[in-house]
Design a protein around this ligand. Structure first.
Ligand code: ADP
Length: 426
């Protein structure tokens, strides 16, 4: 579990004529017609140590996006009733399926100093190491989605400075399109100043810089790019007004909108975004901040060890209750990540509790960013919710096994490997 500042530390203080559109439901119908079985059976057999448990309302969890129209969905606007297309496309004859995603969000340079002991007020201490690493939730999720095989365009701002140069180069090196990243001559590139002591405790100062200047006008300028994608992901490290414009524009073009509400500085302003939101993916603290339900302090839980033992995973009552409340506010679907406890999904398809994969976690920085990106890619590709959850939990788990933010993000083949052999990382 990471903090709200970009994931650092343990304190709590990312077509051509040959194009072929494939709907997952059509593939499933074909499979059923040809005796291929349903998707749940398929996915369960893939993962015997990471089986999901469903609440009683999950009886229709095999249903595809078309079933949504038959379910009561609390929404505030008429466009919220539309279901963005879940398509995949082939880039070339026999080539890989590619989803297209725009990420609107922060681009930071993380400056990390390690020390024996954190300095007190007025004290100067000598550091034991220093590293600078690309960060920012927006950039992390953009890189994560690209590593999952999506075509990704980043929308954001950096300064006209050396950090900006480095971050731009880094995004491009990770196959993220940077044509919509503005160079801001008046504000510096965002930085996170992170100090970590020998116990792993830290202090973090985030200077948003150009991120805070990312404006609704920037989004209007990026409209052509947004019109070409399948989904738009945003977080809250750029102004809420910018996220609001992003989602209303994306909705106007029929795109899937995904919010990772991190950090939640002002719950009321986040709730105003719900009318344009298809999927919200908070972590447990964010869900708690938005609903008041004590998700993070839920007794019991549903640890991976329980599932590995073959017993039924315990219900995540508080997390499910928080998800239901968020859905009542207008989000079509809610996913709450719960760190090493896994994640829950609540949507028109039902309620799904997905335990975490059992891994040797060394640093959970960017686990949430990996999860958000993987879930979105899987969703666009038309996987059923249960399978999207498994993909996303696998991506988050792999990220937790590696130090750092962007270097820890898994490639698609690594997620596939974990899903086909859940024990290989333990
Ligand atoms: P955030 O980084 O936003 O706080 P979480 O810590 O909830 O997000 O992690 C996101 C997802 O990554 C979790 O839902 C889980 O699937 C996976 N994950 C995180 N930490 C671990 C862990 N220690 N072991 C296994 N999976 C983990």
């Amino acid at each position: 579990m990471s903090d709200d500042t970009g994931g650092w530390g343990r304190n709590r203080q990312g077509e051509s004529a040959a194009t072929r559109h494939v709907r997952y439901d059509e593939r499933q119908l074909h499979k059923a017609a040809t005796g291929g079985g349903n998707s749940d059976n398929d996915s369960d057999s893939n993962s015997n140590s990471n089986s999901d448990s469903d609440s009683d309302s999950d009886s229709d969890s095999n249903s595809d996006s078309r079933s949504d129209t038959q379910q009561p969905v609390a929404t505030c606007s008429s466009d919220a009733q539309r279901e963005p297309t879940r398509v995949t496309r082939v880039t070339g004859k026999g080539g890989p399926l590619v989803s297209r995603i725009a990420v609107v969000g922060s681009i930071n340079m993380d400056l990390v100093a390690t020390v024996e002991a954190l300095p007190r007020q007025g004290e100067t201490v000598t550091g034991t190491s220093f590293r600078q690493m690309p960060g920012g939730k927006g950039a992390n999720q953009a890189v994560a989605a690209a590593k999952m095989g999506a075509t990704v365009v980043m929308v954001g701002r950096i300064g006209a400075d050396a950090f900006g140069d480095t971050l731009l180069t880094n995004l491009a090196a990770n196959s993220v399109e940077t044509g919509q990243v503005l160079r801001d001559g008046r504000h510096p590139t965002g930085v996170a100043l992170i100090t970590v002591d020998r116990f792993g405790h830290n202090t973090i100062v985030v200077c948003p810089g150009a991120n805070a200047a990312c404006s609704p006008d920037d989004i209007d300028s990026a409209e052509d790019a947004i019109a070409k994608v399948d989904a738009v992901i945003a977080q809250l490290e750029v102004p809420v007004a910018t996220v609001s414009r992003t989602f209303s524009l994306a909705r106007a073009h029929g795109k899937l909108t995904v919010l990772n509400p991190a950090p939640v500085a002002d719950p009321a302003s986040v709730k105003a975004l719900f009318q344009h939101m298809d999927i919200i993916i908070p972590n447990e603290l964010e869900a708690e901040a938005l609903t008041g339900v004590p998700v993070a302090h839920e007794a019991g839980g549903f640890g991976a060890a329980t599932v590995a033992d073959g017993s039924e995973a315990a219900p995540a009552a508080a997390a499910l209750e928080a998800a239901r409340q968020l859905r009542a506010l207008g989000a079509k679907r809610v996913v709450i990540t719960l760190g090493e406890r896994g994640a829950v999904f609540v949507g028109p398809e039902g309620e799904i509790v997905t335990p975490a994969f059992r891994v040797q976690a060394v640093d959970t920085t960017a686990a949430g960013d990996a999860f958000v990106a993987a879930f979105t890619v899987a969703w666009i590709e038309g996987m059923p919710p249960r399978e999207c959850m498994r993909w996303a939990c696998a991506a988050g788990a792999i990220a937790a096994t590696r130090p750092g933010a962007q270097p820890s993000l898994p490639a698609r083949h690594e997620v596939e490997a974990l899903l086909s052999a859940p024990a290989y990382l333990t």
